[in-house]
Design a protein around this ligand. Structure first.
Ligand SMILES: [Ca+2]
Ligand SMILES: [Ca+2]
Length: 140
């Protein structure tokens, strides 16, 4: 018989500076067990989001909740992706992803020549940002 699969569920995204609801994370198994099950949790990027080291699914239950903690860095780092994994002895590991939105801001400005002639298609404008645009680093 196959090992039961752990399922880990978290919000699709969280935002820096916004405290997640308590018990926003959930780990579950498909059927109850006679004994309790200790599930180890891991965040692939603890500079963005943290989870408890482990949670316990009590005997006779199929799930346990846990809190997520979002790091409010002062970096203009854009949206970051982290993976949350759940592992336990005798179970197939569970994996899910979460996006952490940035809360830093910047200013956009637009500059154009003071005048242009009708029909002239070579007028050049410029859009600029007050700081370097962050790279949306999904793949790392
Ligand atoms: Ca940030
Ligand atoms: Ca960040």
């Amino acid at each position: 018989m196959l090992d039961p699969e752990l399922t880990v569920t978290v919000p699709a995204f969280l935002t820096e500076g916004v405290r997640p609801k308590p018990d926003a994370g959930l780990v579950s198994i498909p059927r109850t067990r006679i004994g309790s099950l200790t599930v180890d949790l891991n965040s692939s990027d603890t500079s963005e989001v943290r989870v408890p080291r482990n949670v316990i699914i009590p005997a006779g239950q199929t799930s346990a909740t846990f809190d997520l903690d979002v790091m409010d860095d002062a970096l203009r780092d854009g949206t970051q992706l982290a993976y949350i994994t759940a592992t336990a002895l005798g179970c197939e590991p569970g994996l899910t992803r979460i996006l952490i939105h940035d809360n830093e801001s910047m200013t956009l400005s637009v500059s154009l020549p003071p005048d242009a002639t009708e029909g002239n298609t070579n007028v050049v404008g410029r859009v600029s940002t007050s700081a370097a645009v962050p790279v949306w680093s999904v793949c790392r």
